[in-house]
Design a protein around this ligand. Sequence first.
Ligand code: GAR
Length: 187
Amino acid sequence: MRRLAVFASGNGANFEAIVEGCRSGVIGNAEVVLCVCDKPEAYVVERAERLGVGKLVFTPKDYASKSDYEKEIADVMDSLGIDLVCLAGYMRIVGEELLGRYGGRIINIHPSLLPAFPGVGAIRAAFEYGVKVYGVTIHEVDSSLDGGKILSQVAIPYEGADFEELKTEIHKAEHKLYTETINKILA
Ligand code: GAR
């Protein structure tokens, strides 16, 4: 049984999709054993409680440096025997401490066809730009913002004017692509 950690900063819908993906068998032979969250008030914390997933919730300001809190995270992950780290709406650049200990085993999801529209607010930026094909990317994590080797992508054609409808379509595609990609990586 492979052991996953999922990092999130907000809503946590991808976190829940990964947990459910493991439980339903879409992701074979794996379980999410840790939710890491840098915002105590984030909804993902409630999801982790409801789903019975262990959590590590911290406030970056309480630490002297990024290395300090990343060391604590990496120590907890070492003690749990984490095989793969999935960033799912974790809105921080991963630093040297985590990359040093988990580099090559950290992946991220981003709601655009990277390298287009990196960073926060990607769906809104693409919508305002007027693109006709949106998308989702899963990539390895390095020290850059939404950079790193691309592992999988899906294109989502959308020419409508309803931003909420577009977001719903993209989020649905995210949950499918992320669970399928994790399954392939572990296989
Ligand atoms: C997702 O759309 C994810 O792709 C995005 O944050 C959202 C989190 O939603 N990540 C990024 O923009 C990374 N740069 P969720 O908390 O409901 O899973």
